[in-house]
Design a protein around this ligand. Structure first.
Ligand code: PRP
Ligand code: MN
Ligand code: MG
Length: 199
């Protein structure tokens, strides 16, 4: 834990080493399933998804060196935002970063950091329909057991976590804590210190 976050965190929920192992497993599963596809578009959901996306693609790249049916991958980005403090604003804003016409007719793998209520992913999946992708699969490193969940379940899940607000590994609290390697639980002090109102 870096010094600048020492007082703001409750505990480490998932240490970075464990994340690394899990990401490799997920990469294997994904490569197996897409092994016979001709092309895959990996779509990163910014900002939270960037770290998982980068690490997952690294693992896939390493695997592709050793397998018979390696799959060429292109990458795209989309920015989706709804959280202030630890609450969803229920307004899921989709800010396209790239022209999504290049997913038309393609196999798409959406890469997300966390599915909490599921609203972001349901909204995004709906948004992508207009581009007529061939097949869309979703991987999320984390799925939270949330009371108000829409019930949405991604195709590839890293970890199921209890209903606590987590940060680190690119997950943020009002843009803080993305620069933390482990996935940690924020404490009350941290929530106060970095509250939207306090900024
Ligand atoms: C977070 C997270 C997911 C989404 C999950 O993004 O990265 O994208 O919320 O929440 P939901 O399942 O309840 O919709 P956020 O809106 O904080 O934007 P960010 O990725 O830029 O941090
Ligand atoms: Mn996000
Ligand atoms: Mg966020």
């Amino acid at each position: 834990i870096p010094k600048h976050y020492e007082d703001d965190l409750e505990d480490i929920m998932i240490p970075s080493g464990l994340i690394d192992d899990r990401v490799e497993r997920l990469a294997r599963n994904i490569c197996q399933d897409f092994g016979h596809a001709d092309h895959l578009v990996a779509l990163c959901v910014l900002k939270g998804g960037y770290k998982f996306f980068a690490d997952l693609l690294d693992k896939i790249k390493q695997l592709n060196r050793n397998i018979e049916h390696s799959v060429p991958i292109s990458i795209d980005f989309i920015r989706v935002k709804s959280y202030v403090d630890d609450q969803t604003s229920d307004e899921v804003q989709i800010l396209g970063v790239d022209n999504l016409d290049n997913i038309t007719g393609k196999n798409v793998l959406i890469v997300e950091d966390i599915v909490d209520t599921g609203k972001t992913m349901e909204r995004l999946l709906k948004h992508l329909e207009q581009y007529k992708p061939k097949r869309v699969r979703v991987t999320s490193l984390l799925v939270k057991r949330t009371k108000g969940s829409t019930g949405y379940r991604p195709d590839y899940i890293g970890f199921e976590i209890p209903c606590r607000f987590v940060v680190g590994y690119a997950l943020d609290y009002n843009e803080h804590f993305r620069d933390l390697g482990h996935i940690c639980v924020i404490n009350e002090k941290g929530k106060k210190k970095y509250a939207a109102e306090a900024m």
